[in-house]
Design a protein around this ligand. Structure first.
Ligand code: SAH
Ligand code: SF4
Length: 348
């Protein structure tokens, strides 16, 4: 039998693969469907048919960092900037709860306007709504992460972006891989559910380094991993670079499901930017989470990490109905709980 298929079957049974085996699967393109189906079975076995929805609030597009790939980078002078006031963010969260979300995700550029006190105010007031709170505001000190946690934050998302140190240094000027890893360690120590992830298709990224990304996620004991294809943004230095490949991104996601069996994996918005059914295909290839946008009006458009972002003219209510219909259309259900990670090893 084809060696690749044999390895996918072995991985499905044991949830493990060597680096070489991962690399072989990533290079191969004949067995993609076999891989997606195996990941879908692992998802069903460990996570069931529920899809967890998280309501995403993009509360500021102001960022002091200068990541080469991102439209919010401080060097981009072509973007109109905005920041929502704490009470407005809380109001949006209330509407999110009204639409039925049980997790609110607070995401922004690295914007120092939001001091520890402001963040504590925002998080603690949203916690009063009886929801889980996820924060994704970049690199902060241990003290800041601790303060958010004490205010009630349950989860934190910070992607490693790539584990290739040289590539990271080139893509994230002035930032360090060590700092990024320190953040992930601090968050774990503080008892957060930790989410990370990577970009697939960055210029000069190798297949070997993507295999290392996958093994890295296993090593750090991530609770959630989001994989997105890199999409070039005309307002960044990478404007002429090629887009990441949809199927390579999907394969990375499927491999992560097979190897990290019981973590939460979102069907990312960037996947849907590259394929109009991207999120549904991802949900059928290992993913179990979707993060619909609950940001309102103009701000949706202005939170322009990359071009072609989906649903920028839709209302939060429309998005909720639309994604629910799509999920039910593939025979799955929308989770009613807060969607915490349920470790297989801790199940009775
Ligand atoms: N400032 C925070 C959160 C916002 S950025 C942070 O950086 O952690 C959220 C994610 O958007 C980043 O982690 C990155 O992986 C993704 N992103 C940025 N630019 C992108 C692009 N051009 N294509 C695809 N994803 C991109
Ligand atoms: Fe800022 Fe995050 Fe974009 Fe980097 S990826 S420029 S930190 S918003």
């Amino acid at each position: 039998m084809n060696k690749i298929i044999e390895n996918i079957e072995k991985a499905e049974a044991t949830n493990s693969l060597t680096r070489e085996e991962i690399i072989d699967i990533l290079y191969d393109n004949e067995c993609n469907e076999v891989l997606y189906k195996a990941a879908d079975r692992v998802r069903k076995k460990y996570m069931g048919d529920e899809v967890q929805l998280r309501g995403l609030i993009e509360f500021s597009n102001i960022c002091k960092r200068n990541c080469m790939y991102c439209g919010l980078r401080s060097g981009n002078k072509n973007i109109e900037r905005y920041r929502l006031m704490p009470d407005d963010i809380i109001e949006l969260a209330k509407k999110g709860v009204h639409y039925g979300y049980r997790t609110i995700v607070l995401q922004s550029g690295e914007d120092d306007f939001y001091t520890i006190d402001k963040m504590k105010y925002i998080i603690s007031n949203i916690k009063k709504l009886n929801v889980a709170v996820t924060v994704s505001v970049g690199e902060k000190t241990f003290e800041e992460y601790k303060a958010y946690r004490e205010a009630g934050a349950d989860r934190y998302l910070i992607r490693i972006e790539t584990t290739d140190k040289k590539l990271y240094d080139a893509m994230d000027p002035g930032m360090s891989h060590e700092d990024r890893k320190r953040c992930l360690r601090d968050l774990k120590k503080l008892g957060y559910e930790v989410g990370s992830g990577s970009l697939v298709g960055l210029p000069n990224q190798t297949i070997e380094s993507i295999a290392d990304d996958i093994l890295f996620f296993k090593e750090i004991g991530a609770d959630m991993i989001g994989i997105g294809p890199f999409i070039p943004n005309a307002d960044t230095p990478l404007k002429d670079a090629n887009s990441g490949d949809f199927h390579l991104s999907l394969k990375v996601m499927a491999l992560i499901r097979i190897l990290l069996k019981d973590i939460n994996i979102p069907a990312t918005t960037a996947m849907e930017t590259l394929d109009k059914n991207g999120r549904i295909i991802a949900l059928q290839s290992g993913a179990n989470v979707v993060m619909p946008n609950i940001t309102e009006g103009e701000y949706r458009k202005l939170y322009a990490l990359y071009p072609g972002k989906i649903c920028i003219n839709d209302t939060p209510a429309h998005c909720r109905g639309c994604i629910t219909g799509k999920i039910q259309g593939i025979g799955r259900t929308v989770g009613k709980g807060k969607g915490f990670r349920n470790k297989a090893s801790e199940k009775k």
